[in-house]
Design a protein around this ligand. Structure first.
Ligand code: ADP
Ligand code: MG
Ligand code: MG
Length: 249
């Protein structure tokens, strides 16, 4: 589904941040990516998304056999990729719900589907806002405008729920969430998840993985995946940190 092979990428000054990432994500799988600050986790999401600040030095990223790296950013999204960034952008003046409707209809047009009617969109939006226990007043807000960290994260998952992507890369979606919001957001992600879809979760904490059971856990450090395992790896990391991995090598 999403196939990342030997992906290398650098920033403007030539410093290489991703030093050969390999990751195979299949339908129905949840991949947790953990690792110390500054490892390249967010960079990986941005390179996959097509952020212009990064230069791809080598390797490949394919979604359902199509080369993502050759696509425009909107094509990547319309093809079924969803990225929730670590620090969601505020877009004052752009209404949250209108923005979502445009994004969804742009995707539908790309896929050759008819535009969704206002009525159907309203229903869809209500259903997903209920799922995420979001207040009606979010309809009136600008995209992430003035929202707290936790509210932005919840709003990101609303976007995901409405756009219905094949592969979602969620960067520290759990950070800034209080205990109730964490449960609600995690339930929302589980609800959206299906055997045809896949999720990549970047997280520092086991607590999210108590709700969303990962198929695989990977440790990213210094721009490389240095260890992969099952859910038990996250428990070991929480207990022992990351240093034992280098020492064990
Ligand atoms: P993580 O998400 O794992 O904490 P990041 O991917 O955000 O780490 O960053 C990895 C490294 O790359 C850090 O040292 C960070 O400062 C650097 N980096 C990432 N993006 C940029 C950028 N646009 N300009 C300069 N340095 C960057
Ligand atoms: Mg990060
Ligand atoms: Mg489901």
């Amino acid at each position: 589904m999403l196939s990342i092979k030997n992906l290398k990428a650098s920033i403007e000054d030539g410093t290489q941040i991703l030093k050969g990432i390999n990751l195979e994500v299949k339908p129905g799988e949840v991949h947790a990516i953990m690792g110390p600050n500054g490892s390249g986790k967010s960079t990986l999401s941005k390179v996959i998304a097509g952020h212009p600040a990064y230069h791809v030095d080598g390797g490949s990223v394919e979604l359902d056999g199509k080369n993502l790296l050759e696509m425009e950013i909107n094509e990547r999204a319309n093809s079924g990729l969803f990225i929730s960034t670590q620090y969601p952008t505020e877009i004052p003046g752009v209404n949250n719900v209108e923005f979502l409707k445009m994004a969804l209809n742009s995707k539908r047009a790309f896929l050759g589907q008819p535009e969704m009617s206002d009525e159907d969109f309203k229903k869809l939006c209500e259903e997903k806002m209920d799922l995420l226990e979001m207040d009606e007043r979010y309809r009136e807000r600008g995209v992430n405008d003035g929202m707290s960290g936790g509210e932005k994260k919840r709003n990101e998952i609303l976007q995901m729920a409405i756009l219905d992507p094949k592969v979602s890369f969620l960067d520290e979606t759990d950070s800034g969430l209080d205990i109730d919001a964490l449960r609600i957001v995690a339930n929302g992600i589980n609800h959206i998840m299906s055997p045809e879809k896949a999720v990549i979760l970047v997280t520092h904490y086991q607590r999210l993985l108590d709700y969303i059971k990962p198929t695989y856990v990977h440790v990213l450090r210094h721009g490389k995946i240095i260890l992969s395992g099952g859910p038990e790896l996250a428990l070991k990391l929480e207990d022992q940190g990351y240093d034992w991995i280098e020492e064990a090598k």
